[in-house]
Design a protein around this ligand. Structure first.
Ligand code: PLP
Length: 405
């Protein structure tokens, strides 16, 4: 990758260099790092709102107005001020995946009626807790869950999470796929579907929704695959007579590298209109990544810079344990210097964290200028599946989070 591309592809009005200083959400990032300390996550409320609004606009423009609902997948980022702000937009409900997430969403202002619940491997105790939330919509992903929910809530409406046996993911990354050739734990396969419908009937449960989520991080090149998956799912929809709604999960991705084509939302929405427009079905989408990922930075402080054999390492005071996506899923969070004048010569360096694990690499080949006494870096795309997945590995779990209003 060349230096021009490294510094160009991610810049936008609210994340860019101004007079050589990195600005985010109208603030100097250096000032944020000095004020808040590191490591810290900063999230832009305006960017989150814009991302959500962009989805609404695309679906409305494609002719889906009044026929869709968005549920924010709170597993991506459950920071309470962010959830409260999302509730205030009135633009989305919540996709929750554990009893604790439901409790948290309710404490942030969402009503049970605004929560769509989809999880795997639920215990009887989980289901008993969930049954306390009248109005919560349950998508069962196994026959065991249908049976137990039927005992707790006979006669209610449910969704069935199905497994289309086809996956999708950014750049066909298999680690991001939830379905496909390999048999996964997610959802009910075609072979078990008649038994699932019979079980629902036994308890007087009405199957009003089909749900599927086949993978994460898809961009424009994967839209054809998404359409094929939706086509496959019509076999489930048509087999369950009382379906009124279809939830196509989340999975909408954002670019991580200069060559990533951003998701063309108009193409995405037009495809959904083509598939669902002629049917009397309400569409649900439950994005996490797309709403919050590019609305967050992780601010870190340089700990050392040193050449080892042919590689120059820049160490920072945060490791993969507080933002595991680069290490687990190969989804790089590009590091940026907080000062950059455009002409500085940059050298490739490997940015690493402070955890005793070989996979604790933030970015190999980061094109950074001589940082001299610049103490900080900002890692972009850190708004999703970062703080929410953090652990205290090596007792290095400390970080802070701030929502910039
Ligand atoms: C059922 C379900 N819905 C939605 C999502 C959100 O996915 P994403 O953040 O990629 O949009 C996930 C992610 O794991 C999921 O499992």
């Amino acid at each position: 990758m060349n230096q021009r591309d490294y510094y160009r592809w991610w810049q936008r009005a609210d994340l860019c260099y101004r007079q050589n200083q990195l600005f985010f959400a109208g603030r100097s990032v250096q000032r944020l790092a000095d004020q808040f300390g590191t490591p810290c996550f900063v999230y832009s409320a305006a960017r989150v709102r814009d991302n959500l609004q962009r989805l609404h606009i695309a679906l409305n423009r494609a002719g889906m107005a009044g026929r869709f609902t968005l549920h924010y997948a709170m597993k991506a980022n459950r920071f309470a001020p962010l959830l409260t702000m999302l509730k205030q937009t009135g633009l989305c409900g919540i996709d929750a995946c554990s009893p604790a997430e439901v409790e948290h969403a309710v404490s942030c202002g969402f009503t049970p009626e605004e929560i769509s619940f989809t999880a795997s491997s639920l215990s009887s105790r989980d289901l008993e807790v969930l049954a306390r939330y009248d109005g919560l919509f349950m998508n069962c992903d196994a026959i065991h869950a249908i049976r137990r929910w039927g005992e707790l809530k006979p006669g209610s409406n449910i969704g069935l999470r199905v497994n289309p046996a086809m996956g999708i993911g950014r750049a066909d990354n298999e680690k991001l796929q939830y379905a496909g050739e390999t048999t996964t734990k997610f959802g009910i396969y075609q072979q078990q579907f008649p038994e699932a419908l019979d079980t629902a009937k036994q308890y007087g449960l009405r199957v009003t929704k089909i749900h599927f989520h086949a993978g994460c991080g898809y961009l424009t090149p994967q839209l054809d695959q998404l359409e094929r998956i939706i086509t496959r799912c019509f076999t489930f929809i048509d087999a369950a007579e009382s379906v009124e709604r279809v939830n196509i999960g989340g999975g909408l991705g954002v670019p991580h590298l200069p060559d990533d084509e951003p998701l063309d939302l108009d193409q995405w929405a037009a495809m959904l209109q083509r598939r669902f427009g002629a049917r009397n079905l309400h569409l649900e989408v439950e994005p996490g990544d797309y709403i919050v990922k590019d609305a967050g930075l992780l601010l870190v402080e340089k700990t050392f810079a040193e050449q080892k054999r042919a590689t120059t390492f820049v160490g920072v005071d945060a490791g993969f344990n507080i933002a595991p996506e680069p290490a687990y899923y190969n989804l790089p969070f590009q590091p940026l210097p907080l000062r950059y004048d455009g002409d500085s010569a940059c050298e490739p360096v490997t940015v690493v964290g402070h955890i005793n694990e070989a996979l604790d690499v933030w970015y190999a080949g980061a094109l950074l200028p001589d940082l001299g006494n610049q103490g900080h870096l900002a890692l972009i795309n850190a708004g999703a599946y970062s703080a929410a997945m953090a652990s205290n590995h090596c007792m290095r779990g400390a970080f802070r989070e701030f929502l910039l209003m």
